[in-house]
Design a protein around this ligand. Structure first.
Ligand code: MLT
Length: 411
């Protein structure tokens, strides 16, 4: 009989969102008349912008004609999209990122997991706590950790707590770490990193020969001036960082699938014997061997995000979700709960009432208010006693959820 990858056996329970889905399905089956409002997984609800739809229709027509038909595209993405990204997301904002450093893909979750393949198994990994669970689970699967303890923390990982007490700013680790995951605007806390904070991380990474995996999937939600949207706004970051970005939350592509990863040319790692090796060709090799590119139609849709009309339409949808976040924040503060995030991110991060645990409050909210949230402890031990609400929803659902949650907490 074949052997399995036993690292998978170390994983705690199910992946967070399927576990929530399982509990909600059970509740729905037992309470068929309950009108459940889902504010758990951060999945967009508003339709794709008209400019994107128009571009996709046009792209379908291209495929209908012999002279404009496309088969396999370049694995790294079509030039029209890579150039639009480089120009609009980076060069227009003063970042020296070139089209050939951009790898278009079907999602940041996939890229964030897959990137580990090109790094050695003995690297030390640092994650914040709470954290987007994919960073942890993919390292467990790869065999870069020991077993989990009772709080769900895996041996071998360096956890950097981010809580209200430290203003959600992870401390630079005392020991050297090789790979560092930073996500800003942050999932799950909705908080942001200042330029000074990112400068410290870049200085640390350069001094230690570390690489920062910078997940900027929510950068389009930044509203406050002066908050960096890209790690590459920090001088020196091209020597020590890889950035992940996505059209999912920026432009509603969670179902359509399109994202990209920036691997700077000249970013270096080393072999076990100390020989310096460039990272970009390794990722290019991995990407071209295991991925056949995002579909032409979807890439044309993503390109339209950068058209004049596309920019306006996408910004309007983001403003709509941010208004949802504001309504949720105000309502939860009204009932006396400490609330964080929500200003530069589509997530609000909330203390549970009293000393109720995250999962207990999840069950209470589902049972009593028929509202689904994400329990903070599902993102890590330091998330215990918090919960996350996603602002991705219709206005009517947000208002109804607010009424129900206020009633639940005020009694
Ligand atoms: C979340 O709810 O944290 C996100 O939707 C998950 C994801 O982007 O994969």
């Amino acid at each position: 009989m074949v052997q399995v990858n036993e690292n998978y056996l170390k994983l705690k329970a199910g992946y967070l969102f399927p576990e929530i889905g399982r509990r909600v399905s059970k509740f729905a089956a037992e309470n068929p008349s309950a009108k459940i409002i889902r504010m758990g997984i951060g999945d967009v609800t508003e339709p794709l912008a008209p400019a994107i739809i128009e571009a996709m229709h046009q792209a379908v027509d291209d495929l209908a004609r012999r002279d404009s038909f496309r088969g396999y595209g370049p694995e790294q993405g079509y030039d029209f999209l890579r150039n639009a990204i480089a120009e609009n997301d980076y060069r227009a904002k003063g970042c020296d990122v070139h089209a050939d450093e951009i790898f278009v893909s079907d999602g940041s979750k996939c890229d964030g997991g897959n990137i580990l393949e090109i790094f050695g198994i003995n690297n030390t990994v640092a994650v914040t706590d709470p954290v987007y669970p994919v960073y942890v689970d993919t390292n467990v699967m790869a065999g870069r950790t020991g077993p989990a303890d009772a709080t769900g923390r895996y041996a071998g990982l360096v956890y950097l707590p981010v809580t209200a007490e430290n203003n959600f700013t992870p401390q630079i680790p005392q020991q050297p770490v090789d790979l560092i995951y930073l996500c800003y605007p942050n999932n799950p806390t909705g908080t942001v990193a200042t330029r000074e904070t990112l400068e410290k991380w870049v200085a640390y990474a350069k001094a230690n020969g570390s690489i920062i995996f910078f997940d900027a999937a929510y950068e389009a939600y930044i509203t406050e001036p002066g908050i960096p949207r890209s790690i590459f706004e920090i001088p020196g970051a091209k020597d020590c960082a890889i950035e992940f970005r996505s059209f999912s939350k920026t432009a509603g592509f969670t179902g359509t699938r399109c994202a990209f990863t920036v691997v700077p040319k000249g970013l270096m790692g080393k072999t076990a014997s100390g020989e310096r090796v460039e990272i970009h060709p390794l990722w290019n090799r991995r990407h071209t061997t295991k991925f056949n590119g995002v579909s032409y139609v979807v890439q044309r849709g993503a390109e339209a995000v950068y058209s004049t009309a596309g920019k306006q339409q996408v910004a309007a949808t983001i403003a709509f979700y941010l208004e949802n976040a504001k309504l949720l924040t105000n309502a939860l503060r009204d009932v006396g709960l400490p609330v964080y995030g929500g200003v530069n991110a589509p997530y609000v991060w909330v203390k549970t009432p009293g000393s109720v645990t995250s999962w207990d409050f999840f069950d209470t909210m589902l049972r009593e208010a028929n509202v689904v949230m994400t329990p903070g402890s599902g993102f890590g031990a330091a998330g215990e006693g918090y919960f996350r609400l996603s602002a991705f929803n219709s206005r009517a659902n947000v208002q109804e959820a607010i009424t129900r949650i206020k009633h639940l907490i005020k009694g």
